[in-house]
Design a protein around this ligand. Structure first.
Ligand code: SAM
Length: 239
């Protein structure tokens, strides 16, 4: 088990090794994975600690609960799409949920996670994370809008966390969902407000799942999307 001490910015509180280990244990009890996946996640988390000192990959305030707030939050998606092999994560940032999913799917034949990120430093981190973990993924250093239509082959599941309002995410996901993908969007406590806004533009029948990692989080699951008004743009906004 690796609980490498973090190298936080000077203003950040340094969590103790014990606190980090306890959070890791609690997270893995909530969302269990194989020993091999645990080892890959340890390598990923260690790399994230190292890079976090120079690139802001996650909110510093969440670092003491990195495993429960970020790793478990990502892993919980696997139960909602147990047979999905090819995933696309929009706006992957520091790798949540996409990089964690790639770590968990490494032993699954045919698995592939497309990580879409327009920030060069973060895309560099994601490439390095794929290298050190050996997880099956590919990084698209690009805008989501330019990528969703261009990736060939089937996508089973499209994900996003903390990237854009729901109506915009739905607009991004339309080409993928039309090709058969399931959308799983991690959202916070304002999910109802976001859903109300989204249904102005899109005909959807979302299923809402309460986050297993506690807090006020939700997962919005969508299998079908139709334009409510054909004269709307890619993100659902009026043309
Ligand atoms: C707040 S971060 C969240 C990162 C990660 N999903 C997470 O939950 O930790 C949002 C990320 O999405 C990326 N992003 C936002 N809009 C994007 C777009 N249109 N195309 C590509 N990347 C985008 C940003 O560069 C940033 O890294």
């Amino acid at each position: 088990m690796n609980t490498a001490p973090p190298r936080p910015a000077p203003s950040e509180a340094i969590p103790s090794r014990e606190a980090l280990a306890a959070d890791r244990a609690a997270a893995l009890a909530l969302t269990p994975v194989s020993r091999e996946t645990e080892a890959r996640l340890d390598r990923f988390v260690e790399l994230l600690w190292t890079w976090q000192a120079k690139t802001n990959l996650v909110s510093p305030a969440t670092l003491p609960k990195l495993w429960s707030r970020h790793v478990s939050d990502s892993l919980q998606l696997l139960n909602l799409a147990p047979s999905a092999k090819v995933w696309m994560d929009l706006g992957s940032g520091g790798g949540f949920p996409g990089m964690v999913l790639a770590c968990a799917l490494t032993e699954t034949p045919g698995a592939m996670v497309h990580l879409v990120e327009r920030n060069g430093k973060k895309a560099g981190f994601l490439r390095e994370a794929l290298r050190v973990t050996g997880a099956p993924g590919t990084v698209h250093l690009a805008n989501i809008e330019d990528t969703v239509d261009r990736v060939a082959g089937p996508i089973d599941c499209v994900t996003a966390r903390a990237v854009a309002p729901l109506h915009q995410l739905i607009g991004y996901a339309v080409p993928l969902v039309k090709r058969g993908a399931k959308a799983l969007f991690l959202k916070g406590q304002d999910v109802e407000v976001e859903l109300t806004e989204a249904t102005k533009y899109w005909k959807i029948e979302p299923r809402l799942h309460s986050s297993r990692t506690g807090g006020q989080g939700w997962i919005v699951e969508i299998d079908e999307i139709k334009h409510r008004n054909p004269s709307t743009g890619h993100d659902g906004s009026p043309l």
